[in-house]
Design a protein around this ligand. Structure first.
Ligand SMILES: CC(C)(COP(=O)(O)OP(=O)(O)OC[C@H]1O[C@@H](n2cnc3c(N)ncnc32)[C@H](O)[C@@H]1OP(=O)(O)O)[C@@H](O)C(=O)NCCC(=O)NCCS
Length: 170
């Protein structure tokens, strides 16, 4: 059983470690180690997650099994790509479930709370970017009501990749 709560600044170190591990586990098989290492260096560190957790435009939700992290999601306010199109958009910036908890309903429960958190902030459209080769995540997002609306570039280390942009109304 997992429970979901809002993250606080004291969660920065564990979020940094969990974020780096789940990113590596998801993408290291299909990418060069140098690109993954470069991305991890500039994206996950306690000081970076501490700043995110204090940022007024970012909401971080944690799913926990006791005191162990099982998943996290981050919402981020800001401009949306043109293809998103809908009113009052908010981005689901990061969404990661530990391997042990995938396929067990944690992702769905976390998505429901994430969408609720977006609605509570006045958003009416949720959007996200997902690597074109990440078919499991795309299948999950479609089950959650997201539709493919376009593409945009994502730079992993030094590699230019294509993300799909997926959207759903809230
Ligand atoms: C993406 C993620 C959040 C989905 O959570 P989950 O618990 O795995 O989701 P579910 O098992 O409910 O749904 C995944 C769906 O993809 C399907 N699937 C599994 N492997 C697949 C594959 N290789 N290709 C296509 N579909 C696949 C599953 O069968 C399932 O569909 P179904 O319920 O109709 O059978 C989770 O897998 C995860 O955190 N992955 C690693 C991090 C990640 O990719 N994050 C997203 C970054 S944008």
């Amino acid at each position: 059983m997992t429970t979901i709560r809002r993250a606080i600044p004291d969660d920065a170190a564990s979020l940094a470690a969990f974020g780096a591990r789940t990113f590596r586990e998801t993408f290291e098989v299909d990418n060069s180690p140098d690109d993954v290492a470069l991305y991890l260096e500039t994206t996950y560190a306690p000081a970076l997650q501490s700043a995110e957790l204090r940022h007024p435009g970012i909401v971080t939700l944690l799913a926990e099994d006791g005191r162990r992290l099982a998943a996290y999601a981050q919402l981020r306010e800001g401009p949306a790509p043109e293809c998103v199109g809908g009113p009052a958009p908010i981005e689901i910036w990061r969404f990661y479930v530990d391997r042990d908890w995938q396929g067990r309903g944690v992702a769905h429960a976390l998505m429901l709370e994430t969408l609720e958190a977006g609605i509570a902030r006045g958003a009416r459209t949720a959007w996200l970017s997902v690597w074109e080769r990440n078919l499991r995540a795309q299948a999950f997002y479609r089950k959650c009501g997201f539709e493919d609306r376009g593409a945009r570039e994502f730079i992993l280390g030094r590699d230019r990749q294509t993300d799909r942009v997926m959207v759903r109304l809230l």
